[in-house]
Design a binder for this molecule. Sequence first.
Ligand SMILES: [Zn+2]
Length: 456
Amino acid sequence: MSMEKVKDFVASNSNQLAFLDQLYSLLRQKSISAQNDGVEECAKLVMEMMNEIGITTKLIDTDGHPVVYGELINPENTFTLLIYGHYDVQPPEPLEKWVSNPFEPEIRDGRIYARGAGDNKGQLLAQLLGVKTYLETIGELPINLKFVFEGEEEIGSIHLASFVEKHKELLKADLVYTSDGSLHESGSPIVLLGVRGMLAIELEAKGADRDNHSGNKGNIVPNPVWKLIDLLQTMRDKEGNVLIEGFYDNILPLSDYETELLKKIPFDAKSVGEKIGYPQLHMNGETYYQKLIMEPTFNICGIESGYTGEGVKTIIPSTARVKLDIRLVVDQDPMDIFNKIKSHVSEHAPDVKVTYLGSMQPSRTNAELKVVQTVVHAVQQAYETEPLIQPGMGGSLPNYVWTKLLELPSVIVPYANFDQGNHSPNENIKIKNFLNGVICTAHVIDALGKSANRNS
Ligand SMILES: [Zn+2]
């Protein structure tokens, strides 16, 4: 079997040493986007590493940190895979919590400790080394590759959408492939197919022009807190259903297959309950994942008014503010939901001010697509175990730039261990996970090539 060659190559001691050596130089190069420390230098280092493999690269400016773009194209190939990752890292603080220097990698118990080890340099390099391994063991690539490595993921990918919008032609592809995040808690490999979107808003109610004495003016001036509470109760019922007209209109139902996938994801209510500080958690896995991944939320994330200090201050507050972050699922559109909320408010409490604070579109790739199944099969071959397939995740990432702006399917196949400590002190990646990532990338390339050639 030709793919055995890949595993043998990665198993070789001298190759492993060379791989680790390269990872070390990448980890030593700071690239803290939030502090603009070393970012450009790191971009250049990534380019050098790509050039060595034979990838044609260029640095593309954005209004922030640059994107490292690369490609490896053979006009005879019919399929193009766009690989996405990020070379920037989170700030390392608090430094005193690190056992070793965050920018001087150290191996302890089979793990490489350094800022960026898991998020995302270890995974990004595993992708590149997967390409190198393929070229050195099997030979020419059966598909075209394009690479987008951005330098602003850790500050919210603020220029990614405009970058993608501006370079649609350059980024033409058939599938987008991301390796970021962690394997499932159980250690099982996982293929993620979507994210929830988000809309953040603020509602502000006004009463009198100033705070008033609650006795001397009680029942005379309106209380804006009650105004907000009354309004909020017209927006959501006691069971949690959102009452804003049309809120649920565009939600795409789950297919039977996706429902089956949810049932297969391991879930331990007790362990999850303990981890989130809510031991009362009682639900089965299917409900848990259904609610977490496939349903929107209507969350109050902050509320403020009046006096909440020590003792009592008997006032009628003049203003009340509430902030909501509303997670959205495919195909709810943040601006459409915002407009629906605005008309709801203008009907029920016309003098309450609605302010838009930010949003991100939801995104989901159909699990039944052939190309998704090809990737799932490749991951299975690489790890020699069946991966979990999760049709979405609770959080929000700018995955829509691929699925909505480029209209491409997008799969996320994380390589890092669950306890990678990303964003925390003592971030790490297990050497085994790093090497498995190399193997996995080569398998994905091979499987997509075989599938494309069968079709043509
Ligand atoms: Zn991160």
